[in-house]
Structures are given as C-alpha cells and as structure tokens.
Write a protein that binds this ligand. Sequence first.
Ligand code: AMP
Length: 268
Amino acid sequence: MREFINKEEGSIGFVPTMGYLHQGHLALVEKARQENDLVIVSIFVNPTQFGVGEDYEEYPRDLKRDTKLAETGGADAVFAPSVDEIYNPDHGTVVKIEGITENLCASSRPGFFEGICTIVSKLFNIINPDRAYFGQKDAQQVLVVKKLVAELNFAVEIRTIPIVREADGLAVSSRNQYLNDEERESATVLYRALELAEEIINEGERRVEVVKEKISSLIKEETDNIDYIEIVKQNSLKNLSEIKGSVLIALAVYIGQTRLIDNLMLEV
Ligand code: AMP
C-alpha cells in the first residue's frame, strides 16, 4: 500500500469500510473523488470491533464485487488486507477513548469503539490520508473518530456525508441483506419513528421522555427488541433535560436477529 502511495502524487482521500459495498459507501467514494487526487477504499471486516455472539463470521463478504464497485465508483485503489496482516497473533495495542463512548452503541456493544479506534488508527498510519470520509449513519462513530484525530494528532481532515436511504426511508446498510421480506418491511419503522419524533418536536413537544415514549410505542408495533432510543446533544452525546439546540435522536433496534441503527439530527 505504501509503495503504491509513494509512487503517486497529490492529496489522498480515504474511505474506510467493512465491504459489501452499497450506495452509502459509494456516496463516500464520490465525495472523496471530488476532493482528492487519489482515492483509496479499504475493505476490512475488523474482528476487534465485533463482540462475542455478534455477526463477525456471517458478515457479508464479496471482494470481487466490491473491487468492481469501488473502481466504477471512482476509487484508484482498494486496500483489503487479511486479518493476519493487520493483527499479529500477539497484537496488544488498543486505542481507547473516554467521554463519548459510554452510551448509545458503546453500552450495548462493549469493546466496539476500542476496536474501531484501533483499526482506524492503524489504517490512518498505513495510508496517511489528507482526508477521511465517514457517514452520519454512524453518528457516534463520527464523533469518536473526530476526537481520536484531535487527541492523537493525526494530520487528517474528517469529512462526513448524510445518511443514504432506500426509497422507503430505510438507511442503506450491508446488514439489510440479512432481512427476509417481512422483516424488510418492518425495518422501515426506524425511519418512521424518526419522522414521528421530528413531527412531534415540530409541533412543540420538548420533553425527552414523551418523545421517546411515542417512538417506542410505534417501534413496538414491529418489534419488542429495542436496544436503545436516545435523544442527546449532538456534539457530546450527553443527556438533555429538554429538547433544545442541536439534538441527535438515535435508535438501535433488532428486526428479527438483525440489529439496525438509524438517527436524525435536528436543530430545535
Ligand atoms: P461500514 O462498512 O458499515 O463500516 O461503513 C463504512 C462507512 O460507510 C462508515 O463511515 C459508515 O458510516 C458509512 N455508511 C454506511 N451506511 C451508510 C449510509 N446508509 N449512509 C451514509 N453512510 C453510510
């Protein structure tokens, strides 16, 4: 990878992914293409960010398809290392961030953000990009990576894109392919719940618990397995006493066995 990069000139835009590329990933590639001379996409299903009993083994993989999609999407190179190349058997360095990794996905997925911070640090050190591209679909991840970059002094600019959705509102995700037809229909409830929240807030409701309760009732029409519903401050993920300012509404819900996340940012 380094040899390849050293031969090239100009700015590097980097899009880290776990592969099984979809329109969300390709929107990141497109933005990177607009803003850089060289665009590199990494494809690596990172074992250290999966917990026990999660879907590391089942996670969809198709490098041939991904490479084609990345190329037509505008990438100059795909970096797809093996797990052994990235993690020696005695690998012992972990990057841990405190402060914004206590709630939301961090509480239901212990070790998740350590895994992300470690792999992102390693990839930044290998590729040394000028800009790196992340989706708002993973809103907490964006904050975590920005903090990582600021506090470990990585010379990279973090760029973001809005959530890319299917026509019916479902956020595009590699995990959507786990859903059967019935579950695929139920899965639109995440977006419907966010829309409902926005509507209630626009009508003047400012009580966090009331909005959460209404979201929860709607979601329960489709599934009993809600991981979390949070309404927090956008920049700190801290709890709000009332809905005001820059607000993030974030959801994680199981549809069947599949855990889906979605979120909405509001200025109130
Ligand atoms: P993943 O392969 O799921 O780790 O995602 C790689 C990158 O793509 C992350 O920065 C995600 O936030 C971003 N991404 C995934 N799905 C979407 C989406 N529907 N809209 C925007 N960005 C996305």
